[in-house]
Design a protein around this ligand. Sequence first.
Ligand code: CA
Ligand code: CA
Length: 503
Amino acid sequence: MFWKQRCVEFRIWAVIAASVFIWLTASARAQSTQPAYRADRILIQPKAGINQAVLNNFHQARKSEVLRTFYGIGRLQVLHVPKGETVTSLIAQYQRSGLVEFAEPDYEIHAAAIPNDPKYTDGTLWGLNNTGQNGGTADADIDAPEGWDVLTAASNIVVAVVDSGINYTHEDLAANMWVSPVDGSHGWNAVATNNLPLDDNNHGSMVAGVLGAVGNNGKGVVGVAWSVQIMACKCLTSTNTGSDSDLIACIDYARTNGARIINASLDSPGYSQALSNAIVATRDAGIIFVASAGNGNPGVNIDVSPTYPACFQIDNIVTVAYTTRNDGLGGLSNYGETSVDLAAPGDEVYSTSSGLTSSYYPPFSFIKIAGTSFSAPCVSGALALMLAKFPTENYQQIIARLLNATDPLPSLAGKCVTGGRLNLHNALSPPIKLTVIPTASGAPFQMHLSGGPNRVCVIQVSTNLMSWMPVFTNTTSSSGVFDFADCQSTNSARSFYRATASP
Ligand code: CA
Ligand code: CA
C-alpha cells in the first residue's frame, strides 16, 4: 500500500525561474537550463552544530580555501575551487559529506535593464514601472524592466504609426525612425500626398514616443521598445481629423513598404467596407493591426455601439482599452467583452511631442492626457519586441502569446476578451507553472504544465531537493500546455517535481 501513502505525500515543489535555478545533478544538467556561474568559487552552508574541526579537515583534504565566513548567516562560507577541481565535482563532494545543508554554485548576477532616460528614472512613466509613486498602486504596470531583462531592441521590426504624422527630427525619436530605401523619407503624408509626414498636431508624436522613444540615451522618455523602426504615415490633419480614404492610403503604404505592425490610434463610428478590405489585405500579408478601442466621456461598450477599425471581425486586429495607475479601467476608455482584446496603461501619459528643440516634451499639464490612443502603442511596442523574440511565429501565434500573457484585473472582468492588462515580461518569457491533476488512488501521478506556446520544457523529479533527474521533456502546444503522467510514481518514495525551460 505504499502508493497510497505516496499519493498523499506528493508535493509540487516551487516552479522556478532560471535566475533562481538550483543546482542539478550532472545527468539532469545536460537537458536543463543552467545559469552561468563562477568557475573558481562555490558557496556552502555548514549544518548547525557540526564539529568545526571536522569541517576544516574536510576543506583541507580537498584544498578548498575558505575565502569568507558570514557568521551572521549561519556561518555561510565562500570557498575557492582548487586547481584541477570542478565546481560540479566539489559541490557533489560536499553534498555527500553530510556536513552541509547545501552546496551551490556562485551564480553570476547582472544589473537589471534599467534605462537612464530621466522621465523613466523620475517615475513619470508609471505604466512601465509602478512602485506606487504619485498615488499609484505598486505593480499596476506592464512589468517593463522585467521584460527588458529579456529583450529591449526590435531593431529590425518596422511599425507604422498611422496618425497625425511624427516629429521625426525629435532628439528622442530620430534614431528610431524607419528610412525608406526608395526615397530616404520616413513614411507617407496622405493628407498632402508627399513623403513628408511631419506631425502638425502632437498626437502622432506622442503615440510614437510611447511605442519606441529611444531608450537609454539619457534623454527624455523611453518607449516600450528601446530600439525599433517607426514608419510615419500621416492621415490625420492638424486638427486630428481625417477620412477613410487617407487612412486606407496610409495602410496601403505600410503594407507595401515592409511594416510588420500597424498602430491605428483612431476610430470612426462609420462602417467602411473599403477600410475593412484594406485591413484584410494586411492580414493576408501577416501584419498585426493594433487599434485603439476609442474614448467617450465616459467610455462606452463598443460591442453595443461599434467603432472602427476596432470592431471589424478580422483576426489580425488587436483592440486596446486603457488602464489607470491604480489598475482601474480608464474613465474615458471604451470597452467590450468581445470587441476589445486587452488593456494597457493610458492614463496620465507623458511622451515626446511635436515641438522643436526647447519644446521637445510637453509641458507638465500634458501629463493629464489620457486615452486609448496611448495604450494602443504600448501594445504595439510589446508586439515589436515579441516579433523580434519569436521570429518564426506568425501573426496568430504572436497575438495568442500576447493575449495569454495579460494580468487579469477585477476592473477588466467582462470588459474585454482577456479581462487583463498587458504584461511585457510574461509576453516575452511566459512563466512556467506546474499543477496537479487529481487522479484515482493507484493511478500514476499526473501534472499539468503551462509555459507559453511551442516551448521545450523539462520536468524534473527529486527525492531530497538536491539531486534532480529529468523525467519528461516535451514541447508545449500552441496554447502553451502539456500534461504529464509519472508512470514510475507508484510504490516509489516521496518525490518533488519542478519544471524549467530547455535552452
Ligand atoms: Ca511591475
Ligand atoms: Ca530617451
